[in-house]
Design a protein. Sequence first.
Length: 147
Amino acid sequence: MNKAFVREPEGGDARCPQCGSVGIPVGERTLHSFVRTEDHNDIAETGYYCEIASCPVAYFDDFERAIRVERLVRPVWPKDSAAPICGCFGFMAGDVERDVAERSVARVRAAVERSKSAEARCVELCPTGRSCAAAIQKYYFKLAGGA
């Protein structure tokens, strides 16, 4: 392909074309799990996830093509607060909220441990393609006043 038609990387992290936040790199398996089949040609085989809850963009690529939240095959957290934080095991924000209210870490600890198990299928079931453990812990500390 002629280099005149190829966008060169600008260096640094890829940023969401809508909100400007740094995207989380995701691979083809993750994109194919969340992006509707009819939209697969609208984004590169690898891309980035925008984790900003209020941003309407879910995935984008280096060419600033984007897949909006409403085009996903299922809701994703934190874009939809009713979606599970952990797609593998159905762990919900309400589970974290109950731990905080009860001044406990039982549910959070169990979810983090389970996320490390062989049963976890994060690449296909988590919108970031990564373990949900960090998101669960981040949400817990945010609610508990530690973040």
